[in-house]
Design a protein around this ligand. Structure first.
Ligand SMILES: [Zn+2]
Ligand SMILES: [Zn+2]
Ligand SMILES: [Zn+2]
Length: 248
């Protein structure tokens, strides 16, 4: 499977409008340091696509039929793009947890077909087996373990740490690749999101290869973050960026 990072930012994206912090100023200079809110696609071995979260408009980036759309949770930075995408000219299933569902999308989903899922549920979509996992966030939030032909990919945002029952599953399955919440700079203690070290440490415990994502403008500027992560964690932990492709 191929994992396509369409958006790797937090709610505000980088640069945040009119923000003059070092992270946002750097992103105005360096296009690769810009981040759209969290949006990720998985392309199967049959070249089918599923989308996980829709933090941005995807039309110029992934203009193909979608086997399904999955939501980790209903915070707005993960659903902004749904307001437009619900006009998709083909009926498309939308799997999402129940918690705090968006009334506009549910009452007027246009061509989306919303279905509720919860932690422990298993979906079979094309060649993928997708297990929903419980995460620690402000509202009900699901991570996903995605398997295809013995390869395993874990998507773990938004979250602070990982609940023990999810850790048990991930330790047993030991994913090839994990994408982990690393919203904040080292040393920041937030109740709902990891900082860089929390994300890197939990990711390294369970996966061969770790990508830090859901990066806020309150995090370090991109080049500084790259240097910090490389020095501390070597090549096992990397910083995701918009447009990154990982072949698992
Ligand atoms: Zn978020
Ligand atoms: Zn900023
Ligand atoms: Zn959230």
């Amino acid at each position: 499977m191929i994992v396509y990072f369409i958006g790797t930012g937090g709610s505000e994206g980088i640069p945040a409008h009119l923000c003059t912090c070092r992270t946002c100023e750097e992103a105005r200079r360096l296009g690769f340091a810009q981040r759209k809110p969290s949006t990720l696609a998985v392309i199967t071995k049959n070249n089918e696509a599923i989308l996980i979260d829709v933090g941005t408009d995807i039309r110029d980036l992934l203009h193909v039929p979608l086997k399904a759309i999955l939501l980790t949770h209903w915070h707005h930075d993960h659903i902004y793009g749904l307001y437009k995408l619900r006009w998709i000219a083909q009926e498309t299933e939308l799997y999402a947890p129940e918690g705090h569902a968006d009334a506009l999308i549910l009452n007027d989903p246009k061509n989306l077909k919303p279905k509720t899922i919860k932690a422990g549920d298993v979906l079979k979509i094309d060649s993928l087996k997708i297990t929903a996992l419980k995460l620690n966030h402000e509202i009900e939030t699901l991570g996903f373990l995605i398997e295809e032909d013995g390869k395993r990919f874990a998507l773990l945002y938004d979250t602070k740490g990982i609940p023990p029952e999810t850790m048990a599953i991930l330790r047993e399955k030991s994913p090839d690749v994990a994408v982990v919440d690393a919203t904040y700079a080292p040393g920041v203690n937030d109740p709902y999101h990891n900082n860089v070290d929390e994300g890197a440490e939990v990711g390294s415990e369970i996966a061969e290869e770790v990508y830090l994502s859901h990066i806020s403008h309150k995090n370090m500027p991109f080049l500084q973050l790259l240097a910090y992560v490389k020095k501390r964690y070597g090549s096992k932990v990397r910083v995701a960026y918009d447009g990154l492709i990982v072949n698992i």
